[in-house]
Design a protein around this ligand. Structure first.
Ligand code: CTP
Ligand code: MG
Length: 227
């Protein structure tokens, strides 16, 4: 079975204060670390990296010289993550049956996590990684707490998220037509009635959003003793 991974990496990193996906960790850009397990994974047949227009040439050159074992495509993103993923989907191999979407800014994904989420796909239209909430979550309005949500049913979505290609395509097309914007693909499938399952992720699989997250990421990187 053919499986394409789409890596959205076209953000501007407003909350971080710059393009975190290209910032160096160790002596490599963050994006390199994120790509490593997808390059190594035997399940992934094609890699599509979505970057901002200005970075396409440079990233394409770097990746093509680095990856020879599978197809790599680099395309320009849109002004939202959702549009970037859609742009990636449009250039993906026509014969891919599953599409895996993974944030460029989650560099600690492993081959084991990629395998786990893909293997669970036979029972659902899509499967995501998620992590139990260890915090108590409050629903708030202005400066007032409205409600405390039961922690047992709160899970935090991560990527990779894997979908049947047809379902993801339909979900993205409908969202675009109806002007719906969401921060992950799973919610676009959920809203139109597809069944999205989840498997337990890892607390190491953090998303780098702010400068503080970089501090945690450096610590994880050192503890994993990467080169
Ligand atoms: N992303 C993308 N295209 C966009 C916006 C985001 O491909 N137009 C990507 C980012 O590069 C990142 C992932 O989606 O890998 C998750 O997004 P986020 O953490 O929000 O990154 P940014 O959008 O860059 O950050 P911010 O929202 O703070 O500007
Ligand atoms: Mg963003």
């Amino acid at each position: 079975m053919k499986i394409t991974v789409i890596i959205p990496a076209a953000g501007s990193g407003e909350r971080f204060g710059g393009k975190k996906q290209l910032k160096r960790m160790g002596n490599r850009p963050l994006l390199f670390h994120t790509l490593k397990p997808f390059i190594a994974s035997e399940l992934i047949t094609e890699i599509v990296v979505v970057v901002s227009k200005d970075d396409v040439y440079q990233v394409e050159r770097a990746l093509k010289s680095m990856i020879s074992v599978k197809t790599v495509k680099v395309v320009a993103g849109g002004d939202t993550r959702q549009k970037s993923v859609f742009n990636g989907l449009k250039v993906s191999d026509k014969s891919s049956e599953l599409i895996c979407v993974h944030d460029a800014v989650r560099p600690f994904v492993t081959e084991a996590l990629i395998d786990k989420v893909i293997q669970a796909c036979d029972k659902h239209d899509g499967v995501i990684l998620a992590q139990r909430s260890t915090d108590t979550i409050k629903k708030v309005m202005n400066d007032q707490i409205l409600e405390t949500l039961p922690r047992e049913i709160i899970w935090r979505a991560q990527t990779p998220q894997v979908f049947a290609k047809q379902a993801l395509q339909e979900a993205l097309e409908l969202a675009e037509a109806e002007n719906i914007l969401r921060t992950d693909e799973a919610s676009l499938l959920e809203r139109i009635g597809y069944q999205v399952g989840f498997v337990e992720g890892s607390s190491m699989n953090i998303k780098i959003t702010t400068e503080e997250d970089w501090v945690f990421a450096e610590a994880i990187y050192k503890s994993l003793n990467n080169d």
